[in-house]
Design a protein around this ligand. Sequence first.
Ligand SMILES: [Zn+2]
Length: 248
Amino acid sequence: MNSDSSLLHELSWTDIERLDKKTTVFLFPVGSTEQHGPQNPLGTDFLIAEHVARKSAELVENAYCLPTLPVGVAPHHRNFPGTLWTSRSTFETLVKDVIHSIHYHGFEKVIVVNGHGGNSSSVLNAITDYNDIHDMVCSMFEWWRDSEIISSVFNVPSAIHADVVETSTVWAIRPDLAKEERLAGLTSADVWGRLIGSLYIPSRADQITETGIAGTLEGISIDKGNQALEKIIKKLVKAIEDLSSYSK
Ligand SMILES: [Zn+2]
């Protein structure tokens, strides 16, 4: 547990100057502001990533959380009002520039805590470059890809979009934003994309789903969301500890 804040923006430059360059791990939450069905806030992806990153940073002495990047690669959601997006190249550049800043101050360990699938390839490109060219040890943590946690808590093989997994999880973090009364009658797609025979076609959200939802809505529960968050934070804490003690 940090005696001071574990949020970088609440510390001063002299606090950061005192940190150990080799063992400090920075968590960088990134997400998206995009439609998540009528029942969830547009900020679902960044709210979950930020919560998981901040709670984990509080639990590890040499972990610090950077400010959240709340807009991501989401042009495929653009026909749903309120969705914001950056281009793939802009997002990748933003992630690289933030990692570059950390590298410039002499640190070498960053975990990008990503809450949105559309960001994955850009984050991987950014961290691969910095690990390769600048000899950093950066990684990416994506909570919803943990099939062991998803299947054990929610009884589904994987999370899709604004489904039982994401809805329960964001409601657990922000019950004040849960719109349970809107769930009745909502339709949902089975797959995130179109299938032509066996061929998978990546598609805009509105080509797949009228409501913006894909995956089952059966069994949504704040209790399950809390169970998942506890397991996810435990995994991230272990990942931070492993990275902190790793020496090149
Ligand atoms: Zn999402």
